[in-house]
Design a protein around this ligand. Sequence first.
Ligand code: NIG
Ligand code: FE
Length: 411
Amino acid sequence: MRVLRNIGLLATCRADGGQAEIHPLREAALAWEDGQIEWIGPEAQLPARYRDARSFDAAGRLVAPGLVDCHTHLAFAGWRADEFEQRIRGRSYLEIARSGGGILSTVHATRDASEEQLFERCRHFLDDILPLGVTTIECKSGYGLSREQELKLLRVYRALSEAGPARIVPTLLAAHVVPPEYRNDREGYVELVVREIIPQAAAEGLARCCDAFLEESAFTYGEAERILEAGREAGLLPKLHADQLSDGGGARLAATLRAVSADHLEHISDEGIQAIADKGVVAVSLPIATLVTNQHPLPARRLIERGVAVAVATDFNPGTAPSYHLPFALSLACSLQRMTPAEALKGATIHAARAVGLEDQVGSLEPGKVADFAVIDAPSVEQWLYHIRANACVATVIGGQVVAGELATAF
Ligand code: NIG
Ligand code: FE
């Protein structure tokens, strides 16, 4: 048994209530055993059975659920700083993609990298990510684009998951773009994804979710629908890169498929908002990508008003979001998307957990859930997300174990 005492503010982030309702407790304590939360409440009401438990002192700080980054493309080789400069000079993301750069340039580099090299690189990224208070990371394939290469990326994620301590949620994104070998045979690539890549990834237990990029430069509505349906038949939860650079009806498709999430949504239509509201699809906002691609943000206020759960994630990738700093993404969600700090926090905890189908295990601090939490050096959520710091998190705990920073022992 372990107890964290003297918590100034405990943001439980339970699912019920609206986006802004993070169900905070003041002067609280949190008790856990064997990696699971046993009790939370006002410290004055801590049950007598915890009197002799080993205890830690939060020094009046803020404690939040371990953050869930529900959208990343973690495994890739190389970077694309040259394109960053080209875009600054006025070339668009789509122009660069059409001339063979963009996603395809990362595909070439990633195909040349070994599983071990990619594993090491991801481990270094995770060494930076966990100290930020992030405990669960969704990781997409999508820079392999062949059976062997997509499975290689998913195996990197399996190895990371086995190595611990981060909780990795692997997503198959074989439908990222059509690979060069199939430029004149799109149908052939869709067939390969549906008949070989999805069944094998599912049979080997290598993926939890299946994603597709529905966009002019990537896959059509019909192709994405076919791929995500095949994924669902194989037991993979559907997700969709939707309405990022144009309105391609992506939100509507996500609703029709009852996807766990529709992501990006900068160009979502009114009809799309209503469709995902009706079907309970989580809208994943990716403000770093919005900023880097210089677009207008998704209409977070309209989504929230219609009752859509809005998650916030980094989209970490070498093209549109070269940062895995989730707290920074939360600050951006406030300023760009006009979400309040509490709304943004709910977006990176319980709503993000829903976006990967793990809301029963992670994303909120409640008895029975895993003991994943972050101790933040701030008196309030507002102060935390307002003051954009290198890192305000002083300790990250996964499954009851401190994995970054430290917890001060109480006496
Ligand atoms: O989420 N939209 C598609 N995929 C990524 C970009 C990947 C890349 O540019 O390498 C995204 O923004
Ligand atoms: Fe993405």
